[in-house]
Design a binder for this molecule. Structure first.
Ligand SMILES: [Zn+2]
Length: 216
């Protein structure tokens, strides 16, 4: 790792990927010295990255103890998150379809993550990327849907990062990409009802895919 301008970004990405792929499991202590050795960089970019991850709810800093990965969400919180998303996101997807412009559609197509499909067999590398893409894609739909309060409320939950840390599974990416394509098709057709249905189906399937994580 080198080049000061992008160094903190690279360090951030490296730690983010470890958290998403569960190489640093939920609740585990994160030692700055270990990361200094593993990433062969100084403490400064690591502390910067950990501060940013703390702001995203993925890392917790405890006075006199140091950093640890945020604990896994509980089953009750998981169900609440999906309830909240199902109440808000299908309606917002419908509004986004109604308000869709060619410009927004092309931005959404770029954000949907479909470009990650088949991009090498390295699921361990692709998974953290998809976690981030999924967050961007859903946030963008809320932006086009036009309700800033709904957008802020969901952004504040850091839903995607918590959900993707529940388990690591190739199917999570492949199936979600199919569902994102269904959403894009509804947006392209400016079909309000189809967009609502596609979002509802996507969230319900996502919930089904991930809920077995609590039975492990
Ligand atoms: Zn999604």
């Amino acid at each position: 790792m080198h080049r000061a301008a992008s160094l903190s970004e690279e360090v951030y990405d490296a730690i983010f990927a470890r958290l998403m792929a569960l190489k640093i499991p939920p609740g585990a202590r994160i030692t700055v010295d270990n990361l200094v050795r593993e990433l062969a960089v100084s403490q400064t970019p690591i502390r910067e990255a950990l501060g940013r991850l703390e702001g995203e709810g993925l890392v917790i800093k405890t006075h006199l103890v140091g950093y640890s990965a945020a604990p896994q969400i509980t089953r009750a919180r998981f169900e609440e998150l999906y309830d909240l998303r199902l109440l808000l996101e299908p309606e917002m997807a419908g509004r986004a379809a109604a308000a869709m412009t060619d410009e927004a559609l092309s931005a959404l197509t770029g954000a949907a993550g479909v470009n990650l499909r088949g991009a090498g067999a390295d699921e361990r590398a692709r998974y953290p990327q998809f976690a981030r893409q999924d967050a961007v894609f859903h946030d963008m739909i809320l932006e086009v849907g036009g309700n800033e309060l709904v957008r802020e409320t969901l952004a504040h939950q850091h839903t995607h990062f918590h959900i993707f840390r529940l388990m690591f599974h190739a199917l999570v990416t492949e199936e979600a990409l199919d569902e994102h394509e269904a959403l894009l098709a509804a947006f392209a057709a400016r079909d309000v009802e189809a967009a609502r249905v596609a979002m509802r189906v996507h969230l319900e399937r996502s919930r089904e895919r991930l809920s077995p994580a609590f039975d492990l």
